[in-house]
Each structure stands twice: as C-alpha cells, then as structure tokens.
Design a protein around this ligand. Structure first.
Ligand code: SF4
Length: 473
C-alpha cells in the first residue's frame, strides 16, 4: 500500500471515529435528500429533464474546441479579456499579474471550486495580497483554516455551536452567539465593507455561453453579484468544460442544478455577466477577465468514456446521496472535490499515484448515478478508474495509471484465475479449504476480514456430497 493510500485510510478511520462528524453529515444529507425528492415529484418530468441536461452537456463536449473559440471571440466582442491556463501554476500567475497591474492589495472572492483547485488564496497570500472569501460557508472554512467539505455547502461539517465557537475565537470583539441568524449577521457586517474596499473581485462561473459570450453565475447570498460588480476589476475563473453552446441550453441546467443541489426551485440570484461597465453606466467593473483552466481536462476529454466526467455541473447530488460520503464527510477524501464526483475527477487530475485509491471508496450501490442530473454513469466510471489505477500495461490514458498495482494483489488474482480455470486445481483447493475449516485471514485479507465475517466452507464439498449419494459427475 503506498503512502497516499495509507493516509486516505487513516483519514477515513479518523472520520468514522468522530461521532460529531457523523451526526453533522447524517443530519445534513438526510435533509438534502428529502428536499431534492420534494423538488421532483413527477418522475416522468425528472427523467425528461435529465435527458435534456445530459444532451446539452454532451453536445457541448462533443464540440468543445470550436465552442471555446467561439466563446473567446464573443467575450472579446463584449470587452471581456480571455486568458488560457494549462496548469494551476499558470492560472495563479495570470491572476497575480492582473492584481499587480492594478496594484491590488486585497481580493474579494465569490464561491469558486476552480479557485480552490488552484489554491488561489494561499498563492496570492504569498505575494502579500489578501484574498477573502465572501460566501458564508467559504468564509467559515477560511477562518477555520480548512478545505471545503462539500462543493455547494463548504461548511456543512460544522454545526451552529462549532461555528459560534470559531467566531468567538477568531473574530475580534465577537462573543459566543449560538444562533445561526445572528452569526450570519456578524459575517455580513464584516464582509459588506470588504466588497467596497477590495481592488479585485474573483468569482467562479457556472456556465459560459459561446453564442453570446455571457458568464452565468448562480448563488443565494448576493456575494457573487457584489464580487462581480463592486470592485473595479472582475476575474472569473472556470474550467474549460463549463462552456455551453447557446443561451437556451442554460434553461434546463438552471432548472436541474438548484433542485438537485439544495432542493430549491431557483437560486436567489442568477447573474449574467456580459462585459465590463459600458459608457454612461454607473455600476460594474471597468475590466472583466475570464480565465479558462485546463489542468488535465483536455486529457480527460480525449477518452470518450472518461470525457463524461466533464459533463458535471457541480450540483453535489451524488455526494448528498452517497452512503460513504454521508459517513466519512468531505475532508476524509483530502481533495478539493470529495464524494463520487471527486472519486472520478481527482484521480484524472492529480493522478493515480496520489489519489488512485479514491474510486475504491464506494459500495457501487448506484445511488450517485441515479441522481446525477446530467446522467454521468458514475458507478461504471468508478469501476473503470479502479481498473486504470492498477493497469500497468503503460497504455492507461489516466495520469499515473497502474500506480496502485501491488505485486501481492496481482499474484493473488492470478492464482485465483488459475485455480478457477483448472478442475483439478479447483477440487484440490476446495478440499484443502474444507479440511482446514477455511482460509487463514493473513496479509491483506486480515484488513478485509477485520470488518467482515469470513465465509466458512461447508463440512463437505458439493462434489463429495454428490459422490456419497452415488451421483456421478
Ligand atoms: S457528478 Fe452529477 S450529481 Fe455529482 S456533482 Fe456532478 S452533476 Fe451533480
């Protein structure tokens, strides 16, 4: 077992041993599952909408290079400057350059998973630029010095008491207030001033429309709107896969995303950004930049099956319904994207050496695939990525493919194959196991057996019983 895998198992164990984590996630996931179910009372309408959502995303990915070029051209017409970054390092440098050109000292950020992928806050901090999260959940995890534990609700692992303790400890002049509304007020008061003091606003993008060069951004708190309009410069960061062809493609996705995520018909704010402030306008940034990050996505796109990973609209329904995620929570995964989507996306971005064990954290119950609004066959892809993680032929299209292969496991399966392909060996093996009363749980089997009942062979094999009854083979 390699080091990262071992760390993953340690984190899982720690999470399972923490009753508070388990209680917080169980309660939250039960609530989210109920809300989503209430949002889709008509199964026929739901399946029709999922077909539509999947078709929109597949269509966009089928013509990704062309759509990205159209998007760039349309954005340029609208006065949006487009930047391309192949890696997170390049992306961070681009944001830093923009900040430096404007002598920026402070950045205010709306919710953006891609900026988490870039570790942008940390990067800017190293150059003396303060990046402050404006989304309440992100603000809480930033104060706590943690990663988000959920892609839509970053602080879902904490309850009101824990947040009250955090605010009392970290915020000057704030006492212990165990009241969600009052805590929100405290954060709002602090953040409100920051929007107007910030030199640059950074946001994510839910969908980038090639037809019109518009950036669609949905949110509930209004921080996205303030981030993208109050500071003089707005930088939108997103993955290259977020492009859609037409404005009308956004409609089914806007219907599916909030209903699947938080059980809302529609989010409180739907922002459509189509350029900087025009002459005569009183509001809006003077500059808008769109940063398109690859970070392994082109490689994912090249494989027709793995490409489906890029259909994701980051709704979080797969993790909300995942029995593994509900028990271990987001931090146990140790990656920016946790849960089923993280299990299929992160090994492809970071590679199998680092996180090739992630696809193993699934019971393959199929719940994730059943709820995915854009029909990503997640269970099938988990199985494929498990195979890629141990494929040492050198032909794996996945970064670091084969890195999780262990000699012991490979030899065990080879032996298993040999025994099952030979009647003589099979008879010898079953008779030996029967005579010994079972196989000893040694080596890797010991871990397997620690949480399972090892099956005991019957006192006599089927062949022996048939022979005793005079039945010939
Ligand atoms: S994989 Fe599907 S269910 Fe999971 S976050 Fe993406 S769109 Fe939502």
């Amino acid at each position: 077992m390699d080091k990262p895998t071992r760390q993953f198992h340690v984190r899982i164990q720690e999470a399972l041993n923490d009753p508070q984590i388990r209680a917080n996630f169980r309660r939250a996931m039960d609530g989210l599952m109920t809300k989503r179910a209430n949002m889709f009372p008509d199964p026929v309408e739901l399946e029709r909408l999922r077909d539509l959502g999947a078709a929109v995303r597949r269509n966009a990915l089928a013509q990704l290079p062309e759509l990205l070029e159209r998007l760039e051209a349309k954005c340029a017409e609208n006065g949006i400057t487009v930047h391309w970054a192949e890696s997170v390092d390049e992306a961070n440098r681009i944001v830093l350059d923009i900040c430096r050109r404007h002598s920026a000292k402070s950045v205010i950020k709306g919710k953006s998973m891609v900026s988490e992928e870039m570790e942008l806050n940390h990067y800017l901090g190293e150059f003396g630029i303060e990046a402050l999260e404006a989304d309440l959940g992100e603000y809480i995890v930033q104060l706590a010095g943690q990663l988000p534990s959920h892609i839509v609700m970053p602080a879902i692992h904490m309850n009101t008491r824990q947040i009250a303790e955090l605010f009392a400890e970290k915020l000057e002049g704030v006492g212990y207030i165990e009241d969600a509304e009052e805590l929100t007020k405290v954060a709002r008061e602090i953040l409100r001033h920051k929007f107007f003091d910030a030199d640059v606003g950074v946001s994510g993008v839910n969908f980038a429309v090639a037809e019109t060069g518009s950036l669609v951004l949905i949110e509930n708190e209004g921080n996205g709107r303030l981030t993208t309009t109050a500071p003089p410069v707005h930088v939108a960061v997103t993955g290259i896969e977020k492009v859609v062809e037409n404005l009308e493609d956004v409609t089914p996705l806007l219907s599916l995303l909030p209903r699947s995520a938080t059980g809302q018909n529609v989010t409180t704010y739907v922002n459509m950004i189509s350029g900087p402030r025009r002459d005569g306008e009183r509001d809006g940034p003077q500059e808008v930049h769109l940063l398109l990050l690859d970070n392994g996505r082109t490689r994912i796109h090249a494989d027709p099956e793995l490409r489906q990973t890029l259909q994701c609209i980051r709704c979080s329904a797969c993790m909300n319904h995942c029995p593994v995620y509900a028990r271990i929570g987001g931090h146990a995964y140790g990656t920016v994207y946790p849960g089923p989507i993280g299990e299929i996306l992160m090994p492809q971005i970071l590679g199998c050496e680092e996180v090739g064990a992630l696809p193993g954290a699934s019971s393959l119950c199929g719940a994730c695939g059943e709820v995915c609004p854009v029909r990503i066959p997640i269970p099938k892809m988990l199985v494929r990525l498990r195979k890629e993680a141990v494929d040492n032929t050198g032909a794996s299209p996945v970064k670091g493919g084969g890195a999780q292969r262990s000699f012991g496991e490979a030899a065990t399966w080879k032996g298993w194959e040999k025994v099952h392909a030979s009647p003589a060996l099979y008879r010898l093996a079953t008779r030996t196991a029967t005579a010994m009363g079972g196989l000893p749980a040694l080596g890797p089997l010991k871990t397997w057996a620690s949480v399972r009942e090892v099956p005991k062979p019957a006192a006599k094999t089927l062949h022996q019983r048939l022979e005793e009854r005079g039945n010939s083979r």
